[in-house]
Ligand binder design. Structure first.
Ligand code: PMP
Ligand code: GLN
Length: 378
């Protein structure tokens, strides 16, 4: 069969996690916690499972869950979204991003993508006939050069895809970044699709600046989120999109024919659990300790790195160790050293190889210790 995505194989996350399992390696590749969610959250799910919440949820999400999302958003950012018309529950952030791209991108439209980029963005653009236009975030700081972004804006630019905190490099947008973005799109018909799934994982006193906190940006933004990272439930694939009513209307028109609705009992459980801020308020400290533990141990290795500012990923350079292609090295390390990682070249459409690997530190301390010890042998 001819392919609409001829340049992709199986995603790196599937490849590396399978290899890690086959090889009995420590899996620091795919981004998921090695530990479980709060027992209180699983008890809530059991409660709703046993009490008749097992049929289709409403298309846009269970009303109590949408209300709870809107309340939490107002508590965290002081910004209000109408749960009736501006909040939509999706099957993961992946679906939210796909629906948002589909809502605005017509064949031939250009979409600005900051590379390295999470691997679902470019296929979503391509499947809609859009044209990804790349701007690179360069090592070692991976900051956004807004002049470069500005230079890529054309009459065909329809949207810009943003990810803060950033997977894989951990960049966190500053307030100035938001101002620059607003200035660049002012007066233009450009939408923002903002992936903020790591909103509660920022380090060293950094603050997550959501697109919604800038009034001009809020008006044009589809803010895509996920409960997977915040509540240690990546396997639930529950996300949501916050967007002004006119944008949400088109978003839902598409969402209803992609998945229609999202798994029901979990939505009710989350509606209750989102009301407890303790969990997400403790998350940055929790992950900062893990980042520091892993990085401290890695200091004895020949890898070099700057500490991640957000997300649960650490990028490291292996320039001083070998000049192998990053993909080959990631495979070799999984087989020989028994530590799995993700090669950063997969986050570039042209597979740019900057000799970087990504390690996920959302893992139990003993796994991090053991993995770092093995990496120090290189
Ligand atoms: N965006 C980013 C930056 C991610 O790292 C991930 C992976 N979890 C997703 C989106 C997808 O989220 P979900 O699993 O909720 O679809
Ligand atoms: N977001 C996760 C990561 O970056 C993986 C998600 C997936 O497996 N598709 O590792």
């Amino acid at each position: 069969l001819p392919s609409k995505l001829p340049y992709v194989g199986t995603t790196i996350f599937t490849v590396m996690s399978k290899l890690a399992t086959d090889e009995g390696a420590y899996n620091l590749s795919q981004g998921f916690p090695s530990f479980d969610c709060s027992p209180k959250l699983s008890e809530l799910v059991c409660h709703y499972l046993k009490n008749g919440y097992n049929q289709y949820a409403p298309m846009s999400g269970a009303p109590v869950f949408r209300e709870s999302i809107a309340e939490k958003t107002a508590d965290v950012y002081g910004i209000s979204y109408n749960p009736e018309t501006e909040v939509t529950v999706t099957s993961g952030a992946t679906e939210a991003i796909f629906c948002a791209v589909t809502a605005v991108v017509y064949p031939g439209d250009e979409v600005i993508v900051l590379e390295p980029a999470y691997d679902s963005y470019v296929p979503a653009i391509d499947l809609n006939g859009g044209v990804p236009v790349f701007v690179t975030l360069d090592a070692p700081d991976f900051k956004i050069d807004w002049e470069k972004v500005k230079a890529k804006i054309s009459p065909k630019t329809k949207a810009i895809l943003i990810n803060t905190p950033h997977n894989p490099v951990g960049t966190v947008f500053s307030k100035e970044d938001l101002d620059c973005l607003a200035e660049i799109i002012r007066g233009k018909d450009i939408y923002i699709i903002s992936d903020e799934v790591y909103e509660h994982i920022v380090f060293d006193g950094e603050v997550h600046h959501s697109m919604m906190t800038h009034p001009e940006l809020k008006e044009r933004s589809f803010i895509c989120n996920s409960v997977g990272k915040t509540y240690h439930v990546t396997g639930w694939k529950i996300g949501y999109c916050l967007a002004p009513a006119a944008l949400t209307k088109e978003f839902r028109r598409i969402h209803q024919y992609i998945t229609f609705c999202t798994v029901s009992p979990m939505q009710f459980a989350l509606a209750d659990f989102l009301k407890l801020p303790e969990h997400y308020e403790a998350l940055s400290d929790f992950y900062q300790r893990k980042r520091d533990r892993f990085n401290e141990a890695l200091k004895a290795s020949r890898f070099t790195f700057k500490p991640s500012k957000g997300s649960f990923f650490q990028i490291v350079s292996y320039e001083k160790i070998t000049d192998e292609y990053d993909y080959d090295l990631a495979i070799r390390l999984t087989k020989e050293i028994k530590v799995a990682s993700v090669p950063v070249s997969v986050f570039y459409k042209d597979k740019k190889d900057d000799k970087l690997l990504r390690f996920c530190f959302a893992k139990d301390d003993d796994i991090l210790d053991k993995a770092a010890e093995l990496l120090c042998k290189l």
